[in-house]
Write a protein that binds this ligand. Sequence first.
Ligand SMILES: Cc1cc2nc3c(=O)[nH]c(=O)nc-3n(C[C@H](O)[C@H](O)[C@H](O)COP(=O)(O)O)c2cc1C
Length: 315
Amino acid sequence: MPKTAALAPMAGVGDRAFRETCKEFGACYVVGEMASSKGMCYQSKKTAVLLEVSELQRPMAVQLFGGEPDTMAEAAQMAVQYKPDVLDINMGCPAPKIAGSGGGSALMKDPLLAGRVVRAVADAVKIPVTVKFRKGWDDQSVNAVEFAKICEANGAAALTVHGRTRMQMYAPPVDRNIIRQVKQAVSIPVIGNGDIVDVPTAIQMYEDTGCDLIMVGRGALGRPWVFAELQHYFTTGKRLAEPSLEKQMETMCRHIRLACHYKGETVAMREARRHVSYYIKGVRGAAALRAAASQLKEYKEIELLAEEVLKHSKL
Ligand SMILES: Cc1cc2nc3c(=O)[nH]c(=O)nc-3n(C[C@H](O)[C@H](O)[C@H](O)COP(=O)(O)O)c2cc1C
């Protein structure tokens, strides 16, 4: 695998429009938003949207969550009909709604069941099955190394490790040491994840862990060009300058236009409010602009807002 960077799965923000935008900037691999295995088996339309694969996004994984091996196997068979390159299993989500029903990070408390889930899914499909998990449930039960070995023994083709416990949710610091320990304990590729936001943090993840690939989540929100920065550095050894504010606003508009195209303006604009607040973070007059962003309803307002941002920057 080349030393560049993958886009992390992000429910609610990492949709097709965002993933394609990141891919265009050089993300070498993207993972779709988590989809419920139960939702798939009940043929929920909402779940099906989460599994959309397009040529532009390849190589791409779709991600499933759930704690019942049979349901996960059935959902996996349905998911491969969307023709993903990889099927990823979410064993790291800390959200009470997911973990409370036995999926996501709850599986870290029951590694043997996790192993059965991996085995059932790996046996059900022909594409590579990967697992994304955390350091452990809490500081008293750090078990990422044992967990990784169980996943590998049950057919996982690669692992992504987010170096935090479930109880830490998203609070820093990320533990790169545990990622290194996992990397040393298994022979399948390991993807390092957590708090990578730029070239220095990317180098740190590669160097401290020896991981095969890095994965960027929140660092790409409002900054999908972070993938261009990483790709440029890891292929040339040189740093790329931050894009101009004009280019940044152009990217924001194109991203949201794409979302409107895929989801329709009503849904896309509701979701765009969150993206826009990331894109304008730190720009001059951001507080007033953010208030405007929270009211966005139509695409044309995004272009007006972009003009406002540029105007403020010249004041
Ligand atoms: C808004 C949001 C949604 C997320 N959704 C998912 C998800 O669907 N599946 C998953 O495995 N992880 C999910 N995560 C976790 C990220 O993939 C990633 O592991 C975590 O954010 C740490 O990486 P980062 O520091 O680069 O953001 C989500 C994180 C955020 C912030």
